[in-house]
Design a protein around this ligand. Structure first.
Ligand code: 13P
Length: 284
């Protein structure tokens, strides 16, 4: 199937009370692992790219990998640009073939966030590209967006309703206490707030900071309305550990294809586990 945007897959997930995994790829190998895990588990999937990854490889290379690996698959696959503050990069990705984009203007004052996010919705709608927008500050490090823990603030339900009414995003990322990167302590998830926001906005919710959350946290967030779950750091670790781990165990093997196979296998295992945990397996 050709790549699709997130609208239909998130609506189906919402009706079926499961979540679609959104995995940040790093290169061709990790893209192959994401698509392979989706095929193995028969799951819909969102392939995500950080802005940094797009700048590193260039948009046309990424689109060619994704089309090559997923374009002929029978699975629903979306290509989504994760946290982007740069409207010209968003425009470039829309033109290049991304089917979904995230505008992250969450560090701006509320009104400015509304205006910028709405501008991206207008840009994207014309091309049938879906838009995710963020409110509040999701702590941690994602790409070059640093939010100090003490500056972090959760999304306010009243503001969330106004934001979603004025911006009309296809997917909404409110800060609810999760963080990007490796958790240093037990995250305090504002479940009440998540429930309020999901029921009052009625917009599909994205859960950020998926790496390191306990299984029961995922289950609870999904039961309260999260239909897209972002996983990035887990792939970074599997990418390095899969490669280095193989070499350490097979020091005299200098056949790079064996190392790549091990790396893809390590990535794929963890991704498939998450797809099953989110309830997406069998839903393609
Ligand atoms: P993690 O790196 O914590 O998995 O978070 C991913 C994310 O939310 C990307 O936007």
């Amino acid at each position: 199937m050709p790549l699709e945007n997130m609208k239909r897959m998130l609506a189906k997930a919402s009706a079926g009370k499961y979540a679609v995994g959104a995995f940040n790829i790093l290169d061709y190998n990790s893209t192959k692992a994401v698509v392979g895990a989706a095929e193995e588990t028969n799951s819909p999937v969102i392939i995500q790219t950080s802005a940094k990854t797009v700048l590193f490889w260039g948009s046309s290379a990424i689109v060619s990998w994704v089309n090559e690996l997923a374009g002929f698959s029978r699975l629903p696959v979306a290509l989504h640009l994760d946290h982007c503050k740069d409207l010209s990069l968003i425009d470039e990705c829309i033109e290049a073939g991304w089917t979904s984009v995230m505008i992250d203007a969450s560090s701006k004052p509320f009104e400015e966030n509304v205006v910028l996010s709405r501008q991206v919705v207008e840009m994207a709608k014309a091309k049938d590209v879906t838009v995710e927008a963020e409110l509040g500050a999701i702590v941690g490090v994602e790409d070059d967006i640093h939010v100090k823990e003490q500056d972090a603030h959760l999304a306010d339900p009243g503001q969330a309703v106004r934001f979603c009414r004025e911006v009309e995003p296809d997917c909404f990322a409110p800060a609810i206490g999760t963080a990007h990167g490796v958790y240093t302590g037990e995250p305090k998830i504002a479940y009440d707030r998540l429930e309020d926001i999901a029921t009052q906005t009625r917009v599909p919710i994205a859960l950020h900071g998926g790496t390191g959350l306990a299984d029961e946290v995922f289950r609870k967030c999904i039961s309260l309305g999260c239909v897209k779950v972002n996983i990035s750091t887990q792939l970074k670790y599997a990418f390095i550990d899969g490669f280095v781990g193989y070499h350490n165990a097979n020091e005299s093997d200098y056949n790079p294809l064996n190392v790549i196979r091990a790396q893809i296998g390590e990535l794929k295992r963890g991704i498939a586990e998450k797809m099953k945990l989110f309830g997406a397996a069998g839903k393609a």
